[in-house]
Design a protein around this ligand. Structure first.
Ligand SMILES: Nc1ccn([C@@H]2O[C@H](COP(=O)(O)OP(=O)(O)OP(=O)(O)O)[C@@H](O)[C@H]2O)c(=O)n1
Ligand SMILES: C[C@](O)(CO)[C@H](O)COP(=O)(O)O
Length: 210
């Protein structure tokens, strides 16, 4: 299953407390960006990599890795805007959308997603919730969810390109806010299938993560 990958790198990384974009943070001699890109560049099914960056940071990313498979697209204010821009550049029938900040992704997860895409038009990596999750209003617990039904969404989130474009058009036209891509397909009342993610596939978000 050939696909395009959208690698989202246009955030600010504010919650890390760093003074620069966390995509340039160095882990054991490699930037977060390089670690993420390595996994996609090593996959022959990945025919196109759309790197979404802030306009003023594009040069810096370009200097780190060169490949004929990479195209750069300017990001937007929110993640949702960056994905919307990235989707316009996709040239394959299937697309995987991935947070650049999830740099511990392994190739076996791409295998699982490609397999699922053979049968389904929308699927995403998820892991069963470990903690008990409660809904809180005004400092008081109002509900405790049944943990066996709860999963944490990760990326990549993988789709037939025509479906995710339609789904993003729908949420943007209706001014809906989403924090992941599958939510757009859910808004269309279309099925989204779960692929087992990986607890190691963490998103670098906080100073503790660094
Ligand atoms: N306008 C945005 C916001 C986020 N992202 C990307 O989406 C991924 C997940 O977002 P998040 O962890 O929230 O990253 P930041 O926005 O960089 O972090 P923060 O919210 O702490 O500033 C990151 O790889 C980030 O670069 C993006 O491409 N465009
Ligand atoms: C898409 C995501 O990584 C799934 O867990 C997450 O929702 C991104 O959220 P953020 O607000 O951009 O950190």
């Amino acid at each position: 299953m050939n696909y395009s990958a959208i690698i989202l790198c246009a955030g600010a990384g504010k919650r890390t407390g760093l003074s620069y974009n966390k995509m340039f943070y160095n882990i054991d001699g490699q930037t977060v960006y390089e670690k993420t890109m390595h996994v996609f560049l090593s996959d022959p099914r990945c025919k196109q990599i759309i790197v979404v960056t802030k306009k003023e940071e594009q040069d810096e990313f370009e200097k780190i890795i060169a490949s004929s498979r990479i195209v750069f697209v300017e990001g937007g204010t929110e993640r949702q805007d960056s994905v919307t821009n990235g989707l316009q550049a996709v040239n394959q029938d299937y697309v995987m959308i991935h947070d650049g900040a999830r740099c511990f992704i392994k190739s076996d997860l791409l295998d699982r997603l490609c397999k699922s895409l053979e049968e389904h038009d929308a699927c995403l990596a998820m892991v069963p919730s470990i903690d008990t999750v409660k809904r809180v209003v005004d400092g008081k617990v109002v509900e405790t969810f049944k943990r066996s039904e709860l999963y944490n969404a990760q990326t990549p989130q993988a789709f037939k390109t025509s479906l995710i474009r339609k789904a993003y058009d729908y949420v943007n036209e209706h001014h809906l806010t989403v924090t992941d891509d599958a939510s757009c397909v859910e808004a269309l009342n279309e099925d989204v299938y779960v692929v087992l993610g990986d607890y190691d596939n963490k998103k670098i978000t906080t100073p503790q993560d660094l």
